[in-house]
Design a protein around this ligand. Structure first.
Ligand SMILES: Cc1ncc(C[n+]2csc(CCOP(=O)(O)OP(=O)(O)O)c2C)c(N)n1
Ligand SMILES: [Mg+2]
Length: 346
């Protein structure tokens, strides 16, 4: 009996568990796995903060999806322009945002990256090239496309990245952006993090097919379909497309298939309200944990011990706890100033 039912293309993409790390050095891989652990454990910290009332607004956590932004960010610089959406903690952390200022934003402190006035869904950090996340699904995709056009017109070698979900691709503006980017040959990469769900609805209930790269094909955009839980695969696609964008090519499209372990919003697994989401699915996807798979390959190839990993995880956790505790001590913003930061000439 089949463990989980997907169409054949998706099935072959998720059938291989072992990750081939041949083209990467030990240090490179340890750096990337550390970043993935940092992202995951920072999100668990936020989950806990939300559960116990320290975080006031909803948080959309991407636990299970960490490999994608880590593999993409590896080849980006702070001059590139990266745009996210409602589930963007991993995007901004992977770019190297200051962790304490990031947590302060989530905790609505004036020391936060958006002065504590944006929270989890309005992240912005020009210093690392992150030009914003918004809760309007698909809303940043035309902005990313515009930034790519600007780079092209100014003959800058920067790359624009539009992260979007399988739900966002159902927005009309995304299709206009794909067409606009193609007709103007914009140096942009559209990255669909296809976690098979839009809020609580499985893609099978919304689309005739589970995969979305056919929308790239229909706009004549070169695309790659990858296992989004396989870090080296992401690195390979990302390195090639980013390089080609800098050399005047683009647009490109990457579809990275992945899965979020928690529910659509906040800390629960929300199996009950995820239509077509079952305990069996979660077990299937947890076996495909991007961190665990990479860890296994590292242990096998470099003879690393579990103790070495435990030490690494402990160090990362120390960093997270310190940043979180420091952020907690900061002041809340003066809410009377809200308008000042919302409207330009106030
Ligand atoms: C324009 C718009 N329509 C609907 C919503 C409600 N909404 C919030 S998140 C979401 C799901 C988006 O799914 P996807 O793009 O796949 O991202 P994921 O949550 O899976 O990361 C929806 C429909 C919204 N915020 N904005
Ligand atoms: Mg989705």
């Amino acid at each position: 009996m089949k463990e989980y039912s997907h169409n054949s293309e998706l099935e072959s993409l998720t059938s291989e568990l072992e990750i081939n790390i041949d083209n990467f050095s030990k240090n490179e891989l340890l750096e990337m796995i550390s970043k993935m652990i940092l992202i995951r454990n920072s999100e668990y910290k936020i989950a806990e903060g939300r559960k116990y009332g320290l975080v006031g607004g909803p948080v959309h956590l991407g636990i299970g999806q960490e490999a994608i932004p880590v593999g993409i960010s590896k080849y980006l610089t702070c001059k590139d322009q990266i745009f996210g959406g409602h589930r963007s903690h991993a995007h901004i952390i992977s770019l190297g945002v200051d962790l304490k200022s990031f947590f302060a934003e989530i905790l609505a402190k004036s020391s936060g990256i958006s002065k504590g006035m944006g929270g989890s869904m309005h992240l912005f950090a020009e210093s690392v090239g992150f030009y914003g996340s918004v809760p309007i699904v698909g809303g940043t995709v035309p902005l990313a496309t515009g930034s790519a056009l600007a780079n092209k017109l100014k003959r800058e070698k920067n790359v624009s990245i539009a992260y979007l979900g399988d739900g966002a691709i159902e927005e009309g503006i995304v299709h206009e952006s794909l067409n606009f980017a193609r007709i103007n040959n914009c140096p942009i990469i559209f990255i669909v993090e296809n976690n098979l769900f839009s809020s609580h609805l499985n893609i099978k209930l919304r689309q005739p097919k589970e995969l979305t790269y056919r929308f790239a094909k229909s706009n004549d955009i070169e695309s790659k379909l990858i296992d989004g839980n396989n870090l080296p695969s992401i690195c390979k696609a990302s390195e090639e497309f980013i390089k080609r964008c800098r050399n005047g090519e683009g647009p490109f499209f990457i579809e990275a298939v992945t899965y979020r372990w928690l529910g659509h919003v906040d800390w629960r697994e929300d199996i009950d309200v995820g239509i077509r989401r079952s305990q069996k699915d979660l077990i299937f996807w947890k076996k495909r944990d991007p961190i665990l798979r990479l860890k296994k390959s590292l242990i096998k190839k470099f003879n690393l011990s579990m103790d070495e990993f435990k030490l690494l995880e402990k160090e990362i956790q120390k960093k997270i706890d310190k940043a979180w505790n420091d952020a907690l001590k900061d002041e809340s913003p003066e809410w009377s100033k809200t308008k000042k930061y919302v409207f330009k000439n106030n």
